[in-house]
Design a protein around this ligand. Structure first.
Ligand code: FES
Length: 198
């Protein structure tokens, strides 16, 4: 555990081993994700990724790769959305005003997203780059407070995030999870890596 301030320029994205499996799994399990992926060469160049989200059920999360990073797309349940107001007093930056990972304007709201139920975020901890784990189950459990409302736990140094990727206070992670630029092409197709300002 360390409260030492982190120099963002020295952060290393530790996604090579931990996240590779996370990224790869949905490509196999959910073909709808892979069908819109750009070529390997285009991905390396940072191409935007179009994802069909129609197959994601409420409470489910898939991971796609964008610019070598794992990007989560999650459909939140009404209960998960209701938890956002409850935890607000325990968060370090509930309104996403910190600028190390600036939150796009369209996600500077309580749910940190364009559509309240659909959460899009880069699954990399803002502390030292581990990939946080899903902890959607509520209530007492190991490594989490007894009043846990569901969210994400970074296994490396114990930072916790709510179901909108907002970091809890007094944790090593200094910032909320990054929301990448994104926009909807239709009700069921979202493009990661581009938004209306691009
Ligand atoms: S990398 Fe340290 S808490 Fe996430």
């Amino acid at each position: 555990m360390s409260d030492t301030p982190v120099d963002p320029s020295k952060r290393t994205w530790l996604i090579a081993s931990g996240c590779a499996g996370v990224v790869a799994a949905p490509f196999v399990a959910t073909p709808f994700v892979s069908s819109f992926l750009p070529s390997e060469r285009a991905k390396a160049a940072g191409a935007a990724v179009v994802v069909d989200i129609s197959g994601i059920a409420p409470g489910e999360k898939v991971t796609v790769e964008w610019r070598g990073k794992p990007v989560w797309i999650m459909k939140r349940t009404p209960e998960q959305l209701a938890s956002l107001a409850k935890v607000e007093g325990e968060l370090a930056d509930p309104n996403s005003q910190r600028t190390a990972y600036p939150t796009p304007e369209y996600a500077q709201n309580q749910h940190r997203s364009i559509k309240p139920e659909v959460f899009v975020a880069v699954g990399i901890c803002s502390h030292l780059g581990c990939s946080p784990s899903d902890r959607f189950q509520t209530g007492p459990q190991p490594s989490l407070p007894d009043n846990w409302s569901g969210g994400f736990l970074c296994p490396c140094h114990g930072s916790t995030f709510d179901i909108a990727g907002r970091v809890f206070r007094n944790k090593p992670a200094p910032d909320n999870l990054e929301v990448p630029p994104h926009m909807y092409l239709s009700d069921t197709r979202v493009v990661i890596g581009e938004d209306k300002k691009a």
